[in-house]
Design a protein around this ligand. Structure first.
Ligand code: CUA
Length: 376
């Protein structure tokens, strides 16, 4: 017959074993790469920089699990072993200080942390080293309220928004710059920190006003890698997303050539009735010229999404955005944000739809013959 203490001990051991088994199964369940294939999963690195971070994370994760199990098991054991038994009224023996124990539990964790610091510091320095050489692609990333502007510093000076095209197997060196200064009652962006993060290509880096920060990317394979701002920056923080589209050198060059071959600005100014709506006070249709306040719209229809990469690029989303953008984004009434053309500028629904149709049909590299929802 087992006595009560033994039964309790066995029950506790079973619980610990079950917990460990559950954790092991959860972490190994999906095999070679954990978690969902959502294009935004740091546990599925797609390049050497992200791999380095995972290679650091994985052993530390298991060390932390082992320590966690040891501490939990010891706590449960002590609670069971030394519990007050029925009918027992005595006070436990009081112990004040145990030099050997105290030195031990100070030195052991310090040693563990010191050992872990070696590969950590090496990885930090490694990831902070700027790639050099003629094949490095340099891009300036500007954080805005709430979207990203990309300027190619490779001689092309192409300016685009929210979707960063890069060639595969090429180091990309990013210069991250904070939002421009503004003044006035609805100015909000001054001093706001954003953070650029494409989890499958590298760790995150804060984008700090008044500073230029460095981050590098590298994609092993063609694909779309998604990311989002990782520093709380206002009510649309969660709507400040971006994607990196990695393609072959040839496809990347073709994308750059198509951007530079966009039709002249005058063509677009007529199409969007710029003399009435003044789109170019904020936007730009010239491939190399940034918009004064808002995204460059060169080949807008080639992008998969818009407005901080939150709305899929289609007719319904685009005309509703053009008509009443502030209603479609929290804190959308800030200075420098798209005004409500519906409420403040007298734009009709049909006028918004006409502009959306024009943009979808004319700002694509290969303009579609028809766009769903638009007259052909
Ligand atoms: Cu930008 Cu959060």
């Amino acid at each position: 017959m087992l006595d009560r203490t033994q039964r309790l001990r066995r029950a506790c051991a079973s619980v610990v074993v079950a917990l460990v088994a559950a954790m092991v199964l959860a972490s190994c369940g999906s095999g070679g790469g954990a978690g969902p294939k959502n294009q935004q999963n740091a546990l599925r690195p797609a390049g050497p920089y992200a791999h380095k971070i995972l290679n650091l994370f994985t052993p530390f994760f298991w060390i932390a699990i082992l320590i966690g199990i040891a501490v939990t098991t010891a706590t449960i054991y002590v609670a069971v072993r030394f519990r007050v038994k029925p009918g027992e009224e005595r006070m436990p023996k009081q112990t004040h200080g145990n030099t050997a124990l105290e030195v031990g539990w100070t030195i052991v964790p310090a040693l563990i942390l010191a050992v872990m610091a070696v590969p950590t510091v090496a990885t930090i320095f490694d990831l902070a080293r700027e790639p050099v050489g003629p094949n490095v692609l340099h891009v300036t990333v500007s954080a805005r309220q709430w979207w990203w502007q990309f300027t190619y510093d490779d001689g092309t000076n192409i300016v685009t928004a929210n979707e960063l095209h890069i060639p595969v197997r090429t180091p990309v060196s990013l210069s991250l710059v904070g939002p421009p200064l503004c003044t006035g009652p609805r100015c909000y962006s001054n001093g706001v920190i954003h953070s650029f993060w494409i989890p499958e290509l590298n760790g995150k880096k804060d984008v700090v006003p008044g500073r230029t920060q460095f981050l590098k990317l590298y994609a092993d394979h063609p694909g779309t890698y998604r990311g989002q701002c990782a520093e709380y920056c206002g009510l649309s923080h969660a709507d400040m997303r971006m994607r990196v589209i990695a393609s072959s050198q040839a496809d990347f060059k073709a994308w750059q050539a198509s951007q530079l071959a966009a039709k002249p600005e005058s063509f677009y100014l007529t199409g969007v009735d710029n003399s009435t709506w003044h789109c170019t006070e904020c936007h730009s249709f010239v491939p190399k010229v940034p918009g004064a306040q808002a995204p460059n719209l060169t080949h807008l229809a080639d992008r998969q999404a818009f407005a901080g990469d939150i709305y899929k690029m289609n007719f319904d989303n685009l005309w509703q955005w053009i008509w009443n953008a502030p209603a479609r984004k929290p804190m959308g009434n800030l200075q420098g944000h798209m005004p409500s053309f519906k409420n403040d500028r007298g734009m009709t629904e049909q006028q918004a739809k006409d502009i959306a149709c024009f943009l979808l049909k004319n700002t694509a590299t290969n303009p579609p013959a028809t766009v769903e929802g638009c007259p052909s």
